[in-house]
Design a protein around this ligand. Structure first.
Ligand SMILES: Cc1ncc(COP(=O)(O)O)c(C=O)c1O
Length: 378
């Protein structure tokens, strides 16, 4: 079953991304003034809230389609949250942001997400901010290793940038927060390294293992069971990290796995798969959300849209029967209250119509050909 979940034991796949020990993750991350490594993206945001000294008097602006892991630390720590609208292509709506900035004298931070690794423009938001004391946090959880243009990495335009490693890499945890802001040194406060949450780590390792078995499974019944088991292990992990925002270091497991990953190869294979998919994309029933891709970006997945929700659900089922698990990101991403849905029609439309096509490094060219062939059939 082809899918976009991360898998353990990359060695057993067709093309290897392991076995190289001389590459440090740091060499593949953008330069910054200071940085800190924590166990999860949400705890890194809690850390940033503390470093910026945000209080209940302050407001943060988040996109209205957003991961719970981004919303939760602000809510738990009592910071006001305003949601700004997105365009149909999931770019920040500058009109809505301009209005919100104008209305709020207490705005201190705007979070911008590069959804699925597609660049969100930061410069126009800077212009809206003008001389106001509002910082930008670039959420690069979906954009690890990507460049906006040759030599200009994702995560270098905001005041701060966030990477959550297990969105891309076969590791159980780990997040990196960078500061480009000279006044806020993320290293200043010595980290209290709490004892590792081994329950969370073990649950995630189980999730990775089930995902690996799922990739190798050709039996529909077994695949369904593995998807359920993988989901249960993920839920367990998720419950743990969602209630524990303490400032812990990445687990020992993560540090060991990172030593053995070949990031260069991973980047190359993801780029190759994206290029193949775009060059061969053809489908009557679904369309690409973004007509173009950048050869400099390293994508998390490729979003496509069906005509409506019913068709999307039908296509999802058809793909599943034929060996492709095209995920959606809806659960834990929808913070739009029912009564406000008409205001956020672009976000609702995206949630109703999207599927995510996998381009992971463990997918071979044969796998990508299969995806292209399935697209042609619907
Ligand atoms: C875009 C994005 N940012 C941040 C986070 C939070 O990261 P973590 O799960 O490591 O807390 C997530 C998690 O789903 C995410 O998808």
């Amino acid at each position: 079953m082809l899918h976009l979940l991360r898998i353990s034991n990359v060695d057993s796949t067709n093309e290897k991304v392991s076995g190289c020990t001389d590459q440090q993750l740091g060499q593949f991350l953008p330069e910054s003034n200071s940085s800190v490594e924590l166990s999860t993206g949400r705890s890194a945001i809690a850390y940033l809230i503390e470093k910026m000294g945000l209080t209940a008097n302050d407001t943060v602006m988040l996109p209205s389609y957003v991961a719970e892991g981004v919303v939760r630390p602000f809510q738990l720590l009592g910071i006001n949250v305003d949601f700004y609208r997105l365009t149909p292509k999931l770019q920040p709506s500058l009109d809505d942001l301009s209005r919100l900035i104008g209305e709020s004298s207490r705005a201190r931070l705007i979070v911008v997400i590069h959804f699925f690794g597609f660049k969100a423009s930061i410069e126009p938001i800077r212009e809206l901010i003008g001389t106001r004391d509002i910082s930008i946090l670039e959420d690069c959880a979906h954009a690890l290793f990507g460049d906006y243009s040759p030599g200009k990495a994702f995560g270098t335009t905001g005041d701060f940038s966030l990477f959550s490693l297990n969105k891309f890499l076969p590791v159980p945890d780990g997040a990196i927060l960078l500061s480009n802001n000279k006044k806020i040194n993320l290293k200043e406060r010595p980290l209290e390294f709490f004892i590792e949450d081994t329950d969370a780590t073990n649950a995630y390792l189980t999730h990775l293992k089930k995902n690996e078995l799922l990739y190798h499974s050709n039996d529909p019944k077994e695949s369904t069971r593995l998807i359920e088991e993988s989901g249960r292990a993920y839920d367990l992990y998720y419950d743990k990290i969602n209630t524990n925002l303490s400032f812990r270091a990445p687990s020992k497991n993560t540090r060991e796995i990172l030593k053995n990953l070949n990031f260069k190869e991973l980047i190359h294979l993801r780029k190759r798969n994206v290029q193949f998919l775009y060059e061969n994309f053809s489908s009557k029933s679904i369309q690409l959300l973004n007509k173009d891709y950048s050869p400099d970006a390293v994508y998390f997945a490729i979003p496509v849209l069906a005509k409506n929700c019913q068709e999307r659900n039908q296509i999802f089922k058809t793909f599943l029967q034929k060996g492709l698990f095209a995920s959606t990101l809806i659960e834990r991403w929808n913070f739009i209250p029912k009564q406000k849905e008409p205001k956020y029609e672009n976000e609702i439309d995206f949630m109703n119509r999207h599927l995510l096509l996998p381009i992971n490094e463990f997918l071979s060219l044969e796998d990508m050909k299969k995806i292209v062939s399935l697209l042609k059939q619907i």
